[in-house]
Write a protein that binds this ligand. Structure first.
Ligand SMILES: CC1=C(CCC(=O)O)c2cc3nc(cc4[nH]c(cc5[nH]c(cc1n2)c(C)c5CCC(=O)O)c(CCC(=O)O)c4C)C(CCC(=O)O)=C3C
Ligand SMILES: [Fe+2]
Length: 343
């Protein structure tokens, strides 16, 4: 199998070339790039993302072994080393003819799903005739193991809130914002769009149900792009600034939109959102991401088993879990199309 992820820089000299890779042809304003570069440099130019992915791979190998599945695991990224083109070339050289691809996003939509299809297609084209067949595993936003890992992470974060504030603490789920036009065309046309935001809302509902909480918020983070282009709102920081500490004495922020801690969690949540809360006298705790949970490796292997041993497709919602396609094909014609003038 191949674990396919976003990639992150691992030193100050990586930051600029990494950002060039991420934003090539995407119309991200240069001022935004300067800000983002500074966020990376604040942490020594190192994103935790690559190491966390290597940790996930270690645990997946152990879990595959435990379940008697003899499957090598490769690692490739869209934007940083190991680049997926190089990894797929190595797979071909190793004689791999067919592989299952686990992309590190639970959701549909252009950035969360279809762009990984493009990565698969690009990598196969770069390798040419000997490229292995690459079958992408499905979206898992409503998988019981993903929901349980996120629910436990919220429980643990609630424990960090002083007891007298805990009962009235609000859980705020956050995912990466995307242009509203991108969300509007997320999913096959027959579904009516908004596959990304609907799946995020559904994951938040399922985690809250497991926690027995009826009041919670779903917000967005880390928007970029030109200011005149509308993106999903409210932003997590703006949202916290509207809260009344008498009503909401503390918040637990759960980055349900992501699999692993990465720079935008460390900066936008642990720095900016925390500061916004503290300025208002609101207690703050940030829940861990699901990738760090022991059950995450079980989830990955279960998705693999759906293909190699007919494991049941466990899911908790009625929403479609798409994204399972061959060689980077879209789920349907026009599914999760990239939008905007920057093609
Ligand atoms: C939906 C979504 C996910 C979740 C799905 C998934 O996890 O794949 C995600 C993840 C991530 N996004 C990341 C980093 C960045 N995203 C950017 C830019 C953008 N993200 C977008 C969306 C998403 N992004 C969009 C619509 C853009 C605008 C430009 C474009 O259309 O592409 C930029 C450019 C600067 C800026 O514009 O802010 C950076 C540096 C990192 C790695 C951080 C690290 O290094 O630790 C991760 C995991
Ligand atoms: Fe992003």
């Amino acid at each position: 199998m191949l674990l396919l992820s976003f990639g992150g820089p691992e030193g100050p000299e990586d930051v600029r070339p990494f950002l060039e890779n991420v934003t090539r042809g995407r119309g991200v304003p240069p001022e935004r790039l300067d800000d983002v570069a500074e966020h990376y440099l604040h942490f020594g130019g190192v994103s935790p993302l690559n190491q966390l992915n290597r940790d996930i791979i270690d645990r997946v190998r152990i879990e595959l072994d435990r379940q008697g599945l003899d499957l090598p695991v490769y690692f490739g990224n869209r934007n940083w080393e190991p680049m997926v083109e190089d990894t797929v070339a190595r797979m071909a050289a190793d004689g791999v003819r067919r592989a299952l691809v686990f992309a590190t996003s639970a959701y549909g939509g252009y950035s969360a799903c279809r762009q990984y299809d493009e990565d698969i297609e690009r990598a196969r084209n770069a390798v040419g005739e000997r490229a292995p067949e690459l079958v992408k595993l499905r979206q898992f936003f409503d998988h019981p193991l993903f929901v349980a890992a996120n629910a436990d992470a919220v429980r643990a974060a609630l424990e960090e809130i002083p007891e007298e504030r805990r009962a009235s603490a609000r859980v705020i789920y956050t995912a990466h914002s995307v242009p509203t036009a991108a969300d509007a065309v997320a999913g096959p046309a027959s579904e009516g769009g908004h596959r990304y935001s609907r799946q995020v809302a559904e994951a938040a509902r399922l985690v809250s149900a497991e926690l027995g909480a009826t009041e919670y918020d779903v917000v967005w983070q880390s928007r970029s792009g030109p200011p005149q282009v509308p993106w999903l709102e409210p932003d997590v920081v703006d949202h916290i600034e509207t809260l009344d500490p008498a009503e909401v004495p503390a918040v637990v922020v759960s980055p349900i939109g992501f699999v692993s801690d990465h720079l935008e969690i460390l900066w936008d949540l642990d720095e900016e959102a925390r500061e916004a809360a503290e300025e208002r006298g609101i207690g703050f705790a940030r829940a861990a991401t699901a990738g760090a949970d022991r059950r995450f490796a079980e989830l990955v292997v279960e998705l693999v088993r759906e293909h190699v041993s007919d494991a049941p497709r466990r899911k908790l919602s009625e929403l479609v879990s798409g994204g399972c396609t061959v060689n980077g094909a879209p789920c349907a014609v026009g599914c999760c199309e990239r939008v905007g003038a920057h093609r």
